[in-house]
Design a protein. Structure first.
Length: 420
């Protein structure tokens, strides 16, 4: 088994791995950066692969997959939920960045027709050489880690992984079967531990009550996949008595989750939550909402688009209002600028925000302690490759894995090829 790191090495985003056997190859993810002009991993010729395995729907893992379906001929293996959510996110990607993308909506249809939906914990043949299995990653609905094997060699690819239960999802399945020969592990928060989830939840709900009860509106810019639903379920589970509004693409994701409740930790909580939220029906409704105290949950999570831009503009001028940042903010994003400098752009002008701004660490990624915990469940003496981390976090994490577990661990760079 040969692994080539096409993207996501020593950076967060553009994740992609090429695995080759003696006669064939497969791709694990093929993501993108989603700035004004999107970028993709290193090129791989479609004839070099027979199939693509997709861990989850986030664009930094799925955004370049349609490039391989400009014609039919390849198979895409993923869970049914990941396919449905990917289609929602990729359609929006085309709407926002279509001029800069080398694929169109018709290619998404080809991708969908070429997809073989895979269940968790079920071995499948990805091609003539590679046998693979998906296991729950705990990251977002539909998300999976991948264990793949070829010619007696077994590899774990964590993709994005989260070990902790949330209001929406169960934590990752850490039963990886037998001995492993290679582990490709994310390093996003390898240098940081998250606060206990229960403490974060309690503080957030207390703050939501505080803002609404002083007559304010609390805006929660949230990712449409997972985070928006988690925040709504949290408020419901803590008997939040005030109005909770949800808007934007999160509503489409709600429909997917209603059809796939077996993925949820507490389907009954999800149903009751969605039955009691106020669903935004259009612009007249939005303008009405911002006149009364409530909690508004709306994409985009980094305030870079979607209805949250409108809500931010409307509520940021009043000190009684609040803005809860509950998602990671990429440097340079409007959300990062708001968080670090208290500034927003209103009608083309940079203005100081008067609303109170608070950050809450509702991460969907494993923190430092949990990433080390993964290796307590790994059997064998695998080589370890630390990827998907900013700055020098991958190198530091690899060095720490070597020191703690005595494993051969490195931080590859894009373009590196290793043999397992």
């Amino acid at each position: 088994m040969q692994i080539t790191f096409l993207g996501g090495a020593r950076e967060v985003g553009k994740s992609a791995l090429l695995l080759k056997g003696e006669r064939s190859g497969i791709l694990l993810d093929y993501g993108s950066h989603t700035g004004r002009e999107p970028s993709f991993p290193m090129h791989v010729k479609p004839r070099e692969i027979d199939s693509i395995l997709l861990t989850h729907a986030h664009l930094d893992h799925s955004g370049g997959v349609p490039l391989f379906f400009l014609r039919e001929g390849l198979d895409l293996f993923t869970t049914g939920v990941t396919l449905e959510i990917s289609m929602i996110l990729l359609e929006d990607f085309i709407k926002l960045s279509g001029f800069f993308l080398p694929f169109e909506y018709e290619d998404l249809l080809t991708m969908s027709k070429s997809t073989r939906r895979v269940s968790l914990n079920q071995m499948f043949q990805a091609n003539s050489e590679f046998r693979s299995e998906f296991r729950n990653s705990g990251h977002i609905p539909g998300g999976a880690t991948i264990v793949t094997e070829n010619d007696g060699r077994r590899m774990l690819y964590t993709g994005d992984i989260n070990l902790r239960d949330s209001q929406l999802l169960k934590g990752a399945d850490l039963d990886f079967g037998g001995e492993l020969d290679a582990v490709v592990v994310e390093s996003t928060y390898s240098q940081t531990d998250h606060e206990p989830r229960g403490k974060i939840e309690e503080t957030f709900v207390g703050y939501a009550n505080e803002v609404v009860e002083r007559g304010g509106i609390l805006l929660v810019p949230a990712f449409s996949v997972g985070r928006a639903q988690e925040i709504a379920c949290l408020l419901r589970s803590r008997n939040f008595k005030h109005i909770v509004v949800m808007d934007g693409m999160a509503l489409k994701v709600n429909e997917v989750l209603f059809r796939n409740q077996e993925w949820l930790r507490d389907p009954e909580l999800f149903r009751k939550t969605m039955e009691n939220i106020e669903v935004v029906s259009g612009w007249a409704h939005r303008r009405k909402i911002v006149r009364h105290p409530c909690v508004i949950i709306s994409p985009a999570g980094m305030l870079a688009g979607g209805a949250s831009v409108f809500y931010n503009r409307e509520i940021s001028t009043e000190s009684r209002n609040g803005i809860s940042i509950v998602a990671f903010q990429v440097p340079g994003s409007p959300g990062r600028t708001l968080l670090e400098r208290g500034l927003t752009i209103t009608n083309g002008k940079t203005t100081k925000v008067k609303a109170e701004i608070r950050r809450f660490d509702f991460s969907g990624h494993a923190g430092r302690s949990e990433l080390f915990e993964i290796f307590e469940h790994v059997k064998g003496r695998p080589k370890v490759y630390a990827v998907h981390g900013d700055g020098d976090s991958c190198e530091k994490f690899a060095s720490e894995i070597s020191e703690r577990f005595g494993l051969d661990a490195t931080a590859p760079q894009d373009g590196d090829t290793v043999n397992v």
